[in-house]
Design a protein around this ligand. Structure first.
Ligand code: TMP
Length: 210
C-alpha cells in the first residue's frame, strides 16, 4: 500500500464529534511545517472539489436522509476523488498529508454504528485502492462532552451529531477497537486534556513511529 511505496507520510486523525481533531491538525501542520516538510492539511469528506460537493450532501439535512449503505457509497466516491486529486499527488511529491478523518470513520459510523456489513467496506476500500495510513491518531472523548464542544450545528453540518447517544457510543467504542486491533498503526490520545497536551502527545507519537 502507499505507506511503503510512496516517499511521503500519510497521517490520519480520527475520533467522535468535538474531539478536537481540527485543532490538532492545525497544530501538527504548524509544528511539522516548521521542520521544513511540505504539509498538506486536508479532511474527509472533502479535500478536493468533487469531494467537497459530496460533503454537502452527507453532513447536512435530516439524519435519516441516507441509509448507512448510501452513505458508504457517497463517502467512497468522495474518498476516491480526494485520493486522486489531493492525497496521492502529495505523497508522491514527498509531502506529509495530515487528514482529518479517513476510512476508520466509515468503519465507526457506517459499519459499527450504522449497521453496514464490514465486508462491504472492505470491498469499497479495495475498489478505490485506499492506501493504509502510516499513522492514525485516535482522539478519544466521551461523546456527551464531544457533542457539547462541537461546532457542527453552527455551520449547518450537524447531520451525524443529531443521531442518538447510543449511536455515538458505538462510534467511540469502534475507534477504540480499531486501535486495539491495529496497534502498529494507531495511537489513542485522550481529548479530555488541554489542546497543548494533546498536541505534545501527538508529536511524540509521530517522532517515535515515523
Ligand atoms: P467532521 O465533522 O469531522 O468534518 O465530519 C463530518 C461528519 O461525517 C462527521 O459527523 C463524521 C461523518 N463521517 C462518517 O460518518 N463517515 C466517514 O467515513 C467520514 C469521513 C465522516
Amino acid at each position: 500500500m502507499a505507506s511503503t511505496t510512496s516517499p511521503g507520510r500519510f497521517i490520519t486523525l480520527e475520533g467522535g464529534e468535538g474531539a478536537g481533531k481540527s485543532t490538532l491538525a492545525r497544530g501538527l501542520a504548524d509544528a511539522l511545517g516548521a521542520q521544513g516538510a511540505e504539509i498538506v492539511l486536508t479532511r474527509e469528506p472533502g479535500g478536493a472539489p468533487g469531494a467537497d460537493t459530496i460533503r454537502a450532501l452527507l453532513v447536512s439535512g435530516d439524519a435519516s436522509r441516507w441509509s448507512a449503505t448510501e452513505e458508504a457509497l457517497l463517502f467512497a466516491a468522495a474518498r476516491l476523488n480526494h485520493l486522486t486529486h489531493t492525497i496521492r499527488p502529495a505523497l508522491a511529491r514527498g509531502g506529509w498529508v495530515i487528514c482529518d478523518r479517513y476510512y476508520d470513520s466509515t468503519r465507526a459510523y457506517q459499519v459499527a454504528a450504522g449497521g453496514l456489513a464490514p465486508e462491504t467496506l472492505d470491498t469499497l476500500n479495495t475498489l478505490i485502492h485506499a492506501p493504509a495510513p502510516d499513522l492514525t491518531l485516535v482522539l478519544d472523548l466521551d461523546p456527551e462532552s464531544g457533542i457539547g464542544r462541537s461546532r457542527g450545528a453552527l455551520k449547518g453540518e450537524d447531520r451525524f451529531e443529531k443521531k442518538d447517544a447510543a449511536f455515538h457510543q458505538r462510534v467511540r467504542a469502534e475507534f477504540l477497537a480499531i486501535a486495539k486491533r491495529e496497534p502498529e498503526r494507531c495511537v489513542v490520545i485522550s481529548s479530555a486534556q488541554p489542546a497543548a497536551a494533546v498536541l505534545a502527545q501527538a508529536l511524540n507519537a509521530i517522532e517515535a513511529r515515523l
